[in-house]
Design a protein. Structure first.
Length: 582
């Protein structure tokens, strides 16, 4: 009989579930994709149901269930922080602790109630889940481990080593000293949503100059080994209702930016200065970890591991030769991590699986897709073969069309990697603005990533032979290849996805077909969604997004839809709904 292990993360942001069969991942997905609530933190009932459904089992068949952190330790940290700062902490205590104790503390009771579960529940520390999610999913037999995020129970960053089916985190930095919370503080200061808009700060940074590095360094004391302490006199997040305080605002001479206010050079310079400091801390941490371990492989996880710019600096400026970051490096990946931790370290089983694809979500067969299209009265054609499908899609892209591409299983993690993607021609000068403003409905400064044939990557980008299958690295576009303005950021860099034939066969064939047509082996790849919504999950999600935006073509399974051939719909520009007229 197989052994089934279910991992769960929830109650803070990015709730998710992951299911292993004898140590091999069967399914993993975030709750937001089913509820359509971005970063949905609630108990992942739908994600769990999906995972069990893929496996064809019920909850009674699961042998072990794991939760990605330890609520009692987190409560300890919260209570001690409030007590330390009382009475200033009174408002946050009243607002948060009762709700926290009612919903987030009694995890065991919630699991038993929601799932009718009577079996064992294992609790891993938050950063143990992060470390397990990357090392046990990596291709490495041994590797150094670096996890950095906002905060788990007490830890905000850890360093360690993994070998075989074991790992140990041997050092940590504790709350309130947090690189992730420092970055989130600036995210809010720049007018973006905390725990959601950090990637916008990263994208904004190249437009600015590092004029405020000295001011940022007044906030954080950085040691040579990358350990650090924040000057908490500038922050209120450890006890108050806001991230920064008046002293922080005085340091930079401005109040926080209004979310709908203008984006000025000042804000761009702040973002650039912050990114420079983050790069420095991360490189120092990685160099110290290499000196401690002498290993050539590095595995990273935690929300800060999604900062592709810092990752690129680590690859170029440290002795590590290979870097692995699984696609759901943030809290969603904790569901995978705790499941792998149970399989390897609790049950003592050998590692039998490595993550070479992000595609662990729902898939839909052609009959399901066609049923949806017929329901909406859509006009569509069915390609005769996969070759015909990729040739037609490549021609649309080469003709300057913006294409919604919906194929196979949905990706696990925040990046679209060729299953739920919006694609465009990177050679077209205004393509980035078209997609940002007319399709994604988002800020015009936001960059787009290229997907490139893996075998061509070093001809176009300064990747130095390193793969980037999960779009986790930023590298320079080679000077002689800057004929792709739509994916070349203002500083000459790009956030790159390398596409292997073995891992993404249909997407690889599409890129090959585009290269045959144009001589260019890469396309724009951005997530199939609009601003404020999760990436599409179902054919219904995809069709509605297609109809209510200025997307030209939808390629969904074997079907091709042209926008000009579709009937009139109500509320096409509406940001949430678009249904056919009766």
């Amino acid at each position: 009989m197989p052994t089934w292990v279910l991992g769960i993360s929830c109650f803070y942001h990015d709730a998710a579930a992951a299911l292993l069969r004898d140590g091999v991942l069967v399914a993993a997905a975030s709750e937001e994709r089913f509820t359509r609530i971005k970063h949905d933190p609630d108990f992942p009932v739908r994600a769990i149901s999906y995972c069990l459904g893929v496996a064809g089992i019920g909850i009674e068949d699961v042998d072990h269930l794991g939760f990605y952190d330890k609520p009692m330790l987190k409560l300890e940290r919260l209570l001690l922080s409030h007590l330390q700062h009382f009475p200033e902490s009174k408002e946050q205590f009243i607002a948060g602790i009762p709700h926290w104790m009612k919903q987030k503390l009694p995890v065991r009771r919630v699991v038993q109630k929601e799932l009718n579960w009577s079996g064992p529940i294992w609790f891993a520390e938050h950063h143990v889940s992060h470390g397990a999610s990357t090392f046990f999913a990596s291709p490495f037999e041994e590797a150094a481990i670096l996890t950095v995020d906002g905060v788990g129970e007490w830890a905000t960053a850890t360093r360690g080593v993994g070998r075989g089916n074991q790992m140990e985190l041997h050092s940590e930095i504790l709350f309130p000293h947090s690189l992730g919370l420092l970055y989130s503080t600036f995210t809010g200061y720049l007018g973006f949503k905390v725990n959601s808009g950090e990637y916008k700060v990263m994208g904004l940074a190249p437009y600015g100059e590092p004029r405020y590095v000295d001011e940022v360094r007044k906030l954080i004391d950085i040691a040579e080994d990358g350990s650090f302490r924040l000057d908490m006199s500038y922050f209120d997040f450890d006890f108050g209702m806001r991230m920064a305080n008046e002293k922080f605002f005085e340091l930079f001479g401005r109040p926080p930016r209004d979310p709908e206010g203008p984006m000025e050079d000042f804000h761009k310079d702040i973002a650039r200065s912050l990114q420079e400091v983050l790069n420095d801390v991360m490189v120092r941490q990685a160099n110290a970890l290499h000196e401690e371990t002498g290993l050539s492989n590095l595995c990273m996880a935690g929300g800060v591991a999604l900062n592709c710019v810092a990752n690129g600096h680590i690859l170029r400026e440290t002795p590590f030769e290979r870097l692995f970051i699984q696609p759901a490096a943030g809290d969603a990946g904790g569901a995978l991590g705790v499941a792998l931790w149970i399989h390897c370290m609790v049950l003592g089983n050998p590692r039998v699986w490595r993550m070479d694809s992000a595609d662990w979500g729902p898939a839909f067969d052609p009959e399901q897709v066609e049923s949806v299209l017929q329901h909406y009265g859509a006009a569509f054609e069915r390609a005769e073969s996969d070759d015909a499908l990729v040739r037609a899609t490549a021609q649309h892209i080469a003709d300057g069309k913006v294409v919604g591409w919906f194929q196979g299983r949905m990706e696990f993690g925040p990046r679209a990697l060729g299953s739920r993607s919006i694609l465009g021609d990177p050679r077209v000068v205004d393509m980035r603005d078209r997609i940002n403003l007319k399709i994604k409905f988002r800020e015009g400064f936001r960059p787009f990533a290229p997907s490139i044939l893996a075998e061509r990557a070093d001809e176009w980008f300064d990747l130095r032979g390193h793969p980037s299958p999960f779009m986790q690295l930023v590298a320079d576009v080679l000077p002689e290849k800057r004929s792709v303005p739509a994916v070349t950021h203002v500083d000459g860099s790009a956030r790159i996805q390398t596409v292997e034939r073995e891992d993404c066969p249909l997407y690889h064939r599409l890129l090959s077909a585009f290269e045959t047509l144009t001589g260019c082996p890469l396309v724009i790849n951005t997530s199939f969604n609009v601003r404020g919504e999760p990436i599409v999950c179902t054919p219904e999600d995809a069709f509605q997004c297609f109809i209510r935006t200025h997307m030209d073509v939808l390629v969904i399974g074997p079907y091709i839809l042209a926008k000009q051939e579709q009937r009139e719909y109500a509320d096409i520009e509406d940001a949430r709904t678009a249904f056919p007229l009766d």
